[in-house]
Write a protein that binds this ligand. Structure first.
Ligand code: GAP
Length: 513
């Protein structure tokens, strides 16, 4: 199945099974805003718990924070967001549609890549086993022609973006003959800068309302609380502050479902270190974060680091962790060495001294910062994309199964009486009443056992137990494993011991130590 079709299926599966709904669905939705349903919220909470515990429980020197979404407007002046948190946008005069100029050009680069890949796929089919892909790519005239055009475009685009040369971005769009996907025309406006922050007003007009912003990242809440936490927690460098919270960006091009949203959630950790040690910590956090991802068992080959060539003015190193989504390798997390830029800026704009007194050297200095920043929603998408599977079973039947890591699954155990009578429902409820304090259990008595298994497979429930007539006398149930579909008879009294370790976040955390 084409990857595009797989992605469409994942999106509709998310809606059909209560994971993700379009926001304000009965009003036909709101662009790039989504709600999490009964299963989605559980999965999302488990992802957040995995991240939070890996930071705050496993590191003695990392503490948590929950700062407000609204902040003093000067925060965003100091951080540079008021002046520089922009995307270059362009309108098509015929369709009246607005696009990100950089995205139009990146799509054009991707088209050259597609052409090359098509040539390679055709040749691979023609030559079979004997096909030498590297040699073909290095020598085939058509591939070389596409590659040369692609590289020249990439080079020109990178230069224009580095210099934020808006006229040149427009010229590239014209020279490449990029058309509007809706109108099919090249009737483009000039490229303009568009600030991504949402504005609102605080206070009534009579008192003199002031403009404030919905935070576009949670990080600044950490920087402005650096002194509070360091002093009240008597924190010594190196130490970190972790936070999970909503962020808002008025994305011009919002697409690929929950990949790029206007309201989303971030899990960010700022790790403050002594200047001069930041590169070593940057390296360590890259490793630590990759380990966190890979502990989920999605396969090392599906992740890669992408080191930034162009660094933001405040960074001296930056890297993304990318995951192989159905639409290609995409950024899930950013790791940035942000130097002392943010604390120094807040020092300058607030007039407060934000320094660390180092008792070992008797010096005061502004700490450097390593940031790890991951989107909860993007992580959710990663988990969904990797877990969704359609399987052909013996006898020609198919099943849709979410192979979620058990620790992240919304429901850990479904308890099913074989029939709705003879005391079996009561026995099933007894089991749930015993286990519900330890993990999320669901009772299910509707339809045949086969249908109930399929329903649980579709939401990723790792285990089901069936209570039958023998259970009333032998105290045993049938335990069914989602992935292998094998069934075994086990004592009811052993269920907690058998399952708790496998389905708890602790099982993931242990892989990190
Ligand atoms: N404080 C640094 C920062 O915000 P970023 O690369 O802009 O850096 C970090 O964002 C992470 O937040 C991204 O790797 C991504 O997972 C998530 N993210 C950013 N914009 C997003 C959006 N519009 N929708 C969903 N997730 C987003």
């Amino acid at each position: 199945m084409a990857q595009e079709d797989v992605f469409k299926k994942i999106v509709s599966h998310c809606k059909e099974y209560g994971f993700v709904f379009p926001s304000s669905d009965i009003y036909d939705g709101l662009g790039a805003v989504y709600d999490y349903g009964q299963n989605g919220v559980e999965l999302k909470n488990n992802i957040k718990q995995y991240w939070w515990q890996s930071m705050v429980l496993l590191h003695e020197n990392i503490v948590g924070l929950d700062s407000a979404i609204f902040m003093h407007p000067t925060v965003w002046k100091a951080s540079g967001h008021v002046d520089a948190f922009n995307d270059p946008l362009i309108d098509n005069r015929d369709s009246k549609k607005r696009y990100r100029a950089d995205v139009l050009i990146e799509d054009q680069i991707a088209k050259y890549d597609e052409k090359i890949n098509k040539e390679v796929a055709k040749a691979a089919k023609r030559f079979g086993e004997a096909f030498d892909e590297a040699q073909f790519r290095a020598t085939n005239a058509r591939v070389l022609e596409h590659q040369a055009k692609r590289d020249a475009l990439h080079e020109r685009y990178a230069q224009a973006m580095n210099a934020m040369d808006l006229a040149e971005l427009k010229q590239i769009i014209l020279d490449e003959e990029i058309v509007c996907p809706i109108s099919g025309t090249r009737n483009w406006t000039d490229v303009r800068q568009f600030n991504l922050m949402f504005k609102t007003e605080v206070g009534s007009t009579a008192e003199g309302a002031s403009t404030i912003y919905l935070r576009p990242e949670t990080a600044q809440g950490i920087f402005v609380n650096y002194l509070n936490v360091q002093k009240t927690g008597r924190m010594k460098l190196p130490f970190g502050i972790a936070q999970i919270g909503k962020a808002f960006r008025n994305e011009i091009v919002a697409r690929q479902f929950i990949f790029r949203m206007r309201e989303f959630e971030q899990m960010e950790m700022q790790f403050f270190v002594k200047p001069g040690t930041e590169m070593e910590w940057f390296r360590r956090w890259k490793e630590t974060r990759m380990k966190w991802h890979q502990a989920l068992g999605f396969g090392a080959e599906n992740y890669r680091f992408h080191d930034h060539e162009k660094l933001a003015h405040y960074a001296n190193a930056a890297c993304d962790i990318e995951f192989r989504m159905p639409f290609g390798f995409k950024e899930v997390e950013g790791i940035h060495s942000r130097t002392d830029f943010d604390l120094k800026q807040h020092e300058k704009y607030s007039g407060r001294s934000i320094k660390y007194f180092d008792p070992e050297t008797n010096e005061s200095y502004t700490p450097y910062d390593i940031e790890t920043s991951i989107g909860v929603d993007r992580m959710f998408l990663t988990v969904m994309c990797h877990s969704y599977a359609e399987e052909q079973l013996e006898g020609g039947e198919t099943r849709v199964v979410l192979r979620l890591p058990a620790a992240l699954a919304p429901v850990k155990l479904a308890v099913m009486p074989l029939v709705k009578k003879d005391g079996l429902p009561e026995k099933a409820r007894e089991i749930i009443d015993e286990l519900k304090f330890h993990f999320n259990c669901k009772y299910d008595e509707k339809d045949s056992i086969g249908k109930r298994y399929r329903r649980q497979d579709a939401i990723g429930t790792p285990y089901c137990v069936t209570v039958d007539h023998d259970s009333l006398t032998d105290g045993c149930v049938t335990l069914r494993d989602r992935d292998t579909m094998t069934q075994e008879r086990v004592p009811i009294s052993s269920l907690r011991g058998l399952l708790e370790d496998k389905v708890s976040i602790t099982s993931l955390l242990k892989k990190l130590c």
